[in-house]
Design a protein around this ligand. Structure first.
Ligand code: SD4
Length: 337
């Protein structure tokens, strides 16, 4: 072996070592493309759909749109799409947003009877001069874009959940603010599930980020209530120079703190994705008027190197990551409480 061959051999060896480190998911190295999304059980399917685009050198934007649509189309999902839990008057109202590497973004809020709010959000981004359309205006726009008006019915599980909620909840159909206060429905009522928004962030093979977030919002919310998911900077934020972040949980707290924007700003200051998420959760802890044990907040973040992380207020927030080296590995986010 001459000197050049020895050098070649050594270089190949060190590449093999670093690849095996990445394969174990400890990557501080560049592992793009990468996609991750909230709540492991649904994230696996959504990530797979996104990955089918990313692995073929598709854009992060197409990937996140395709990915979260899996949850929107899942009639059994409690918390995303038209099968989700209704508001306190029995209407399913949907929120979604999308953002790309150029800082372009679009959202819809309080949208009824349209199957794929994320596609409408993308159309808002690409075909209007605006960022956010709501309610009947968003619906009208969707119809003009060729979306179909779906029947106004609840999925069986949503109907059951609604019936149970009406029996048990202290939240009345018509809220009495003096009597009931202005609390939002808790996301952790006695361990029952009232949340599972999908927030997805991705970096593609050429290093561009995008994100998407879509939800039926907190179950049994007041009619007209909009959460963080359709609001850029709250439920979702992308800055191609730094990274991307998304949020799940009680939207009120996330809006109050510009949560996803805050996470990206912490990453800009040099914090790792997990630490950036933790610092945003700490900020929420310091200012929320709600009982911390009754609500949940979870953030996910991804940086330029393809490093990722998540952090939650309470235990129980999990997520899945898909890349060449991670096959939907499950991560249980650390939590403040
Ligand atoms: C909202 N953040 O509407 C959403 C709910 C959620 O998992 O994330 N649920 O406030």
């Amino acid at each position: 072996m001459n000197r050049r061959e020895v050098m070649k051999f050594l270089t190949a060896g060190s590449m093999m070592v670093s690849t095996s480190i990445l394969a174990r998911g400890k990557g501080s190295k560049d592992i793009k493309p990468v996609v991750l999304s909230t709540w492991y059980n649904q994230a696996v399917h959504a990530n797979n759909a996104a990955w089918s685009i990313l692995k073929n050198s598709g854009t992060a934007l197409d990937a996140v749109e395709m990915g979260v649509m899996v949850s929107e189309n899942d009639w059994s999902n409690c918390c995303v799409g038209l099968g989700g839990n209704p508001d306190r008057e029995g209407n399913v109202t949907l929120d979604a947003s999308i953002m790309n590497h150029l800082g372009q973004c679009g959202g819809v809020a309080f949208l009824e009877r349209i199957k794929n709010p994320i596609k409408v959000a993308r159309a808002v981004m690409e075909k209007t001069p605006h960022v956010l359309l709501v309610g009947s205006g968003a619906q009208l726009f969707a119809l003009e874009q060729g979306f179909r008006l779906e029947e106004n019915i609840l999925s069986d599980h949503a109907q059951n959940a609604f019936t149970e909620w009406k029996k048990k909840s202290k939240y009345q159909l018509k809220i009495n603010i003096e009597k009931d206060g202005i609390d939002v429905p808790p996301t952790l009522p006695n361990g029952e599930k009232n949340h599972d928004t999908i927030g997805m962030i991705a970096i593609d093979a050429i290093g561009n980020f995008s994100g998407a977030c879509t939800t039926s919002g907190l179950g049994f919310k007041m009619h007209g209530r909009v959460g963080d998911s359709p609001i850029i900077g709250a439920g979702l934020y992308v800055d191609n120079a730094v990274g991307a972040a998304t949020a799940t949980g009680n939207g009120e707290e996330v809006i109050r703190t510009c949560g996803s924007f805050l996470v990206v700003e912490f990453m800009r200051q040099g914090y790792s994705p997990e630490k950036a998420c933790k610092k945003a959760v700490e900020r929420i802890k310091n200012i929320t008027p709600n009982k911390l044990s009754e609500i949940q907040i979870g953030f996910l973040a991804l940086n330029k190197k393809g490093e990722f992380g998540g952090f939650a207020l309470n235990k129980g927030f999990d997520f899945a990551v898909k890349s060449t080296y991670l096959d939907n590995e499950k991560y249980d986010a650390k939590s403040l409480i």
